[in-house]
Design a protein around this ligand. Sequence first.
Ligand SMILES: [Zn+2]
Length: 141
Amino acid sequence: MPSVAAGANVSPCESVTARPGVDVSQGDGSRVAAAVFRGEVVLVPCPSWCSTDHAAAGPRDLESVAHASDSVWLPTRAGLADMEVFVSQYPFADGGTAPVLALDATGCGEFVELTRAEARTLIAERRAKLDDFEALVDLVP
Ligand SMILES: [Zn+2]
């Protein structure tokens, strides 16, 4: 059975006997991502919000394991791409272990990370615009 070296930042992992290509689904409905760590395949438990199909991607390097939530698409103007926002986490990447809000405001697939405060500000701004829109609607008989 694979083991994880003491001091390595892999505490969320479980050692397993799975090999690449082996079905790593869990019988209890929990989700995992298979990753290769020091030549062995380990399973990384998914957070409850992760909806990534890790089995389709197959085992990756531990640093490349990425959890992602379902996306929320925020409409923009007609003809422009909707903004996409979702929760993302690279639990073993350098400098990035905590979940973040990823926002693609242009539809180009380039994401910026929002802090909780920045996201709340964006939400408040959009709500304010909807209030303005509703006030206009009320002017129409
Ligand atoms: Zn996941």
